[in-house]
Structures are given as structure tokens and as C-alpha cells.
Design a binder for this molecule. Structure first.
Ligand SMILES: [Zn+2]
Length: 81
């Protein structure tokens, strides 16, 4: 699947934050990157706008999954406090 231009532009940043999250040890180290990623994903979601465009549907579901994952990481961090 070829990502739309918005996602194509955002993906390097998202991937690099994902990498930093994966390399971080423990929830406390992951949290700052997770917060950045959450902000980024929300920005990218907003950029897609309130659209019924079928092409954007795939984007929104991928971004939704990323958001859920990040929220789980942040939740784990709160529990570890
Ligand atoms: Zn997209």
C-alpha cells in the first residue's frame, strides 16, 4: 500500500519516534517519546480532516492503531509511577 502524501510526509517522523520508543528501556524512558508520538499522530489525523474519502480510511485506521498503542504505553507509565 502506498501511503497518501500526508502520511508519506509524516511517516519518517513517526517511524523514528517508534524506534526511540522501542529502544527505550522501561515505561519511564518510553513516555517522553510516546507523548511526542501521540501529538504527532493527532496532528496527522487532523491533517486528514473530516473526510469520507475512502483513500483516507486506511490512513485513519492505521493512525488509530498507532494512537491506541501509544496510549497503552502512556498508561503503563502511569501505572509504573
Ligand atoms: Zn494518509
Amino acid at each position: 500500500m502506498i501511503p497518501c502524501p500526508i502520511c508519506q510526509r509524516a511517516n519518517p517522523v513517526i517511524e523514528s519516534l517508534n524506534k526511540q520508543i522501542n529502544q527505550a528501556r522501561g515505561p519511564k524512558e518510553k513516555a517522553p517519546f510516546a507523548k511526542q508520538l501521540l501529538t504527532k499522530v493527532e496532528d496527522v489525523l487532523a491533517e486528514h480532516g473530516p473526510t469520507g474519502d475512502p483513500a483516507a480510511k486506511a490512513c485513519l485506521s492505521v493512525l488509530g492503531l498507532r494512537k491506541t498503542t501509544v496510549e497503552l504505553i502512556l498508561k503503563a507509565q502511569k501505572l509504573a509511577d
